[in-house]
Write a protein that binds this ligand. Structure first.
Ligand SMILES: Cc1cc2nc3c(=O)[nH]c(=O)nc-3n(C[C@H](O)[C@H](O)[C@H](O)COP(=O)(O)O)c2cc1C
Length: 206
């Protein structure tokens, strides 16, 4: 197949992206609006940028219906703060429920039965059920149009990290205990530990 992206309707382009770039990690992003109402939503267009400064990024797209900004982006642009809550196996169902388009004044964290916990450096609450929280201050936001399906890139500087001590071992996270959830295409999720293999990186011989 030879495909020109500019000829595709955005949903078709989206399907090719999520079917090609996978599995994807999930940023479960908590934010707060100007009235202090908390919000949480998952974003799998998510990665790290660098370690020093410690930067991460994720991409909220414009809503498919009217091109409006998602609540997460609206809140971050107002408060300059958010928390990335890492999703473990037992949290998957409720995390997915947070992707329902609730009205902006609904606290999705409480709505799905998760627990809010105060953060250390930002006013936005974190989600207690997560084993790792990355407290972030907005570093930069880039917008790539306002059509349905257009993306924005939110870059956050990690200003504080919480790691459950049970999965922290000499500076490393024990993946087997974290049990992170990844996203595939459509409604399919993956347990990255289901089948893993090790590759040792060779040193260059001179
Ligand atoms: C696992 C998962 C990953 C998602 N990833 C993204 C994403 O990367 N970008 C995006 O715009 N929406 C993504 N969504 C959809 C949003 O979570 C959804 O639109 C949500 O309602 C946005 O909430 P908000 O308006 O409170 O920000 C994802 C949904 C799920 C379940």
């Amino acid at each position: 197949m030879e495909i020109s992206p500019e000829k595709l309707e955005w949903r078709e382009a989206y399907k090719l992206l999520v079917g090609s770039i996978l599995p994807r990690p999930i940023a479960f992003v908590s934010t707060m609006d100007e009235n202090g109402i908390a919000n949480a939503a998952p974003f799998s267009f998510f990665t790290a940028i660098g370690a020093d400064p410690m930067l991460i990024c994720f991409s909220p797209m414009r809503r498919g219906t009217d091109g409006a900004k998602k609540d997460t982006l609206v809140n971050i642009e107002k408060t300059d703060q958010f928390v990335i809550n890492i999703v473990s196996e037992g949290m998957a169902q409720q995390m997915n429920d947070c992707a329902i388009e609730f009205a902006a004044d609904i606290d999705e964290i409480e709505e799905v039965g998760f627990t809010k916990e105060p953060s250390m450096k930002v006013a936005v609450p974190r989600i207690k059920e997560s084993h790792i929280h990355l407290e972030c201050e907005l570093y930069q936001v880039l917008h790539f149009g306002d059509k349905p399906g257009a993306g924005s890139l939110v870059i956050g500087k990690v200003v504080h990290i919480h790691v459950n001590g049970e999965l922290y071992n000499k500076g490393r996270i024990e993946t087997a205990k974290l049990k992170p959830v990844g996203r595939m295409a459509g409604n399919v999720f993956t347990d990255p530990l289901a089948k893993t293999f090790e590759l040792i990186r060779k040193k260059e011989k001179r």
